[in-house]
Design a protein around this ligand. Structure first.
Ligand SMILES: NC(=O)c1ccc[n+]([C@@H]2O[C@H](COP(=O)([O-])OP(=O)(O)OC[C@H]3O[C@@H](n4cnc5c(N)ncnc54)[C@H](OP(=O)(O)O)[C@@H]3O)[C@@H](O)[C@H]2O)c1
Length: 233
């Protein structure tokens, strides 16, 4: 892929894997748009990057709020005129998410809104800014696998990631004529607020495949990756 500077937006990038993706891409010299639903946290994250000599443009963005997505797309159009790579990273895993059959429906609804509808609306609003050859990267999870055995944990979250995977395949087909790739990746089990302290992977390891999908000469579309390798859905 592009040896030139590309413009990359990552959702939910004030902390965790998203922040590390932005940090690595900024360190590689790309134009990065760091986004957060909480402006204070977003600005703090940009300052953290600045303190190490890196730059990022901050944009407030709540992926569960269509107006916020619409406004973000308007700002990116005004400021940058285009977007080369969209990394859908923001997601939630609610601690109350324990049983599909007995949990309050609002848990499923909230999870779905952020983890599935959020990425879809991001794609819909940002597509007009994405030129031929652009890339969309959806951050999924092994929890959404239709091949691995079901483990019973966080079922609404897992179902949301299965839906994100299915959406990835369909959008890859739809956008192929425009030469826009759509892939999903699993970062593995990573030490973040979501992954917890016992997770074996660092954020650097978790972010690696996203950075690779964003910048390397990857021709695949409609695929699911982990550790830079295609894995079964
Ligand atoms: N960590 C793991 O082991 C693991 C494994 C598999 C997949 N993943 C996936 O990797 C991605 C990143 O996870 P992580 O571990 O870095 O999680 P994290 O530390 O909890 O970070 C999640 C990020 O998403 C943001 N976010 C949540 N809801 C949002 C919304 N409505 N609008 C905008 N931003 C929102 C959070 O913002 P706030 O700071 O405001 O909450 C935060 O910046 C997720 O898609 C997750 O499902 C993680």
């Amino acid at each position: 892929m592009p040896k030139h500077r590309i413009i990359i937006l990552t959702t939910g990038s004030n902390k965790g894997i998203g922040f590390e993706v932005v940090r690595q891409l900024a360190a590689a010299g790309h134009t990065v748009i760091l986004t957060a639903r909480n402006a204070e946290k977003g600005n703090e994250a940009v300052h953290r990057l600045n303190s190490t000599g890196l730059n990022a443009f901050f944009l407030p963005l709540d992926v569960s709020d269509e107006n916020s997505i619409r406004q973000a797309a308007v700002t990116v159009k005004e400021k940058f005129q285009r977007l080369d790579v969209l990394i859908n990273n923001a997601a939630i895993l609610l601690k109350e998410d324990v049983s599909l059959s007995t949990d309050d429906d609002r848990i499923f609804e909230q999870t779905w809104r952020t983890n599935v509808l959020g990425p879809l609306l991001m794609i819909k609003y940002f597509l007009p800014l994405m030129p031929e050859g652009s890339r969309i990267i959806n951050t999924s999870s092994g929890g959404g696998s239709m091949t691995d055995p079901v483990g019973g944990w966080s079922p609404a979250y897992c179902v949301s990631k299965s839906a994100l995977n299915a959406m990835t395949r369909h959008l890859a087909f739809e956008l192929a004529p425009r030469n826009i790739s759509v892939n999903a990746y699993c970062p593995g089990w990573v030490r973040t607020d979501m992954g917890g302290k016992s997770a074996p992977r660092t954020v650097e390891q978790g972010a690696d495949t996203a950075v690779w999908l964003a910048t390397a000469d990857v021709r695949e579309t409609g695929k699911f990756f982990r550790d830079r390798t295609v894995i079964p859905w």
